[in-house]
Design a protein around this ligand. Structure first.
Ligand code: ADP
Ligand code: MG
Length: 472
């Protein structure tokens, strides 16, 4: 066996011990580099792989390898940047070695089509959305909890459950996740998911064929009815009326109804006022755009799903600069994947900045500056901090320290901004220099500067004077 075959055998042996997502994330670009004098050397493509491997894989690799290599004393890791290049011969193709469908998604029966009485009524539940892979934060926790409660006990807890909020914030995910969870616990339940748009076209069709009664009859046999985007019922009076009766049938029979909309029930433009009041009988919860930490957690999860390796600094940068919907977060990751696949480009703050620029034409992007090269007299962060401190008449240690008074915070933010802009150091490095701060706090400072620049002309004049003094 050559090294590659040995590595393949080791991976196969340790696979049951490690989740597929982790296998793909952390072993994708690894190789066995050698085995000498009891030391097994494993190559990893980048520095930041080391800490995961040291805590999670060392013992497992040793155990797996001992099956056919005698006297292994230890496992060592070496960073080998060339492993990062596509097509390195030593790498085992993990995706080919461990093929199988979606990552992290439990296998569910295919519910693409639910048949009732031989007729197909729903084509849309996808196994990809589960309540488990929905990341919660303060902005969606209540909605998620309500879905969990409904899935545990459909028809009793909250009926109807009404989820509302803007585009791309996870409503469909929650609705389908709830449907999937019900089906998992009660495989015999008839769970039907459809959009209000599908519903309306079914009704229109039934009216034409004079089969409205039949539709109603059919829907009565549903245990959980999930209707997405019901704002679409606005102006569709006949559908509203039919839905009203349908709702009552189901509700009276103790069946669960779950609805979503882009606005709260009271603001729906429905001619059927009775419908609105029905919608508020159960529980109405909203979802909002998640905060920074939750966005970051979502990105981490999705990056794993996409089998993408993205460094923390880059994930932070995305989380910081996406402002509207979770769908956009996903969109950025998809483009990263495309860049990697087609151009062999591993994601960096710089490459992602390009993607974001295309996405947000008129928006400032924080944490990265494409300005000119570093000119002139300034060589170090120390120089910058000194000039900034002088200008604002504070001391250097005030600028680098922890005090949160405005008279220190502003110079600190300006100094960080200038360090990033002219020296182009990483956020980590700047954070470390400024009193061992987290890189997210550096990012926050940069955002603050961009904001003040817009709102406070005097502030920006000051910054410009400092830049002149520094010779920029
Ligand atoms: P909506 O129906 O509100 O327009 P979606 O449910 O279609 O939004 O969500 C858009 C995308 O974002 C989906 O791919 C979904 O999986 C993802 N998403 C939204 N919120 C979350 C979350 N909290 N955790 C994980 N993925 C999320
Ligand atoms: Mg939706």
């Amino acid at each position: 066996m050559d090294l590659k075959q040995q590595w393949e055998a080791i991976l196969i042996a340790l696979a049951p011990e490690i989740s597929r997502a982790n296998l793909i994330t952390w072993f994708q670009k690894t190789a066995l580099l050698g085995f000498q004098e009891g030391v097994l050397t494993v190559g990893v493509p980048r520095e930041f792989f080391l800490s995961w491997h040291r805590t999670n894989s060392q013992e497992k690799i040793r155990a797996a390898a001992s099956a056919f290599l005698k006297n292994i004393e230890k496992v060592e890791y070496v960073v080998d940047g060339t492993l990062d290049h596509p097509g390195d011969e030593r790498i085992v193709d993990i995706l080919a070695l461990f093929p199988s469908g979606e990552l992290k998604v439990r296998k569910l029966p295919n519910r693409a089509e639910v048949k009732i009485g031989g007729e197909i009524v729903s084509k849309m539940i996808t196994a990809k959305y589960t309540l488990q892979n929905f990341v919660t934060g303060p902005q969606n926790r209540l909605a998620h909890a309500a879905c969990k409660a409904v899935a545990a006990d459909p028809g009793t807890a909250y009926n109807p459950l009404f989820i509302y909020g803007g585009v791309g914030l996870g409503k469909t995910h929650l609705l389908q996740g709830t449907g999937n969870e019900v089906l998992e616990k009660r495989p015999n339940f008839v769970v039907v998911y459809l959009t209000a748009e599908n519903f309306v076209s079914e009704i229109v069709d039934a009216i034409q064929k004079r089969k409205v009664d039949k539709v109603r009859e059919k829907y009565r046999r549903i245990d959980v009815l999930i209707l997405d985007d019901i704002q679409f019922l606005a102006g569709k009076d006949r559908s509203q009326e039919i839905f009203f009766h349908l709702f009552n049938d189901l509700y009276d029979a103790g069946k669960q109804v779950i609805l979503s909309s882009d606005r709260p029930p009271t603001e729906l433009e429905l001619t059927e006022d009775r419908l609105k009041s029905r919608f508020t009988m159960g529980m109405a919860v909203d979802v909002h755009f998640p905060d920074y930490e939750t966005r970051l957690a979502i990105l981490r999860n999705k990056a794993q799903d996409f089998a993408l390796i993205v460094e923390n600094e880059v994930l932070n940068f995305i989380a910081y600069n996406v402002h509207h919907s979770v769908r956009e977060l996903e969109g950025v990751l998809k483009q990263i994947r495309a860049q990697e696949e087609f151009e062999g480009v591993s994601p960096t703050v710089q490459s992602v900045a390009k993607i974001l620029r295309k996405l947000y034409k008129d928006q400032d992007i924080f944490g990265y500056d494409e300005e000119r090269e570093v000119p002139g007299i300034v060589k170090s962060m120390d120089d910058i901090v000194e000039r900034v401190a002088d200008f604002y008449e504070v001391t250097k240690s005030d600028v680098l320290g922890k005090a949160r008074n405005r008279e220190f915070v502003v110079p600190r933010q300006v100094a960080m901004y200038l360090c990033k802009k002219y020296l182009k150091h990483s956020l980590q490095r700047i954070g470390f220099f400024f009193g061992n701060r987290d890189h997210t706090s550096v990012m926050h400072s940069l955002a603050q500067v961009a904001k003040n620049r817009k709102n406070d002309p005097q502030f920006w004049k000051d910054v410009n004077s400092i830049q002149k003094e520094l010779g920029f």
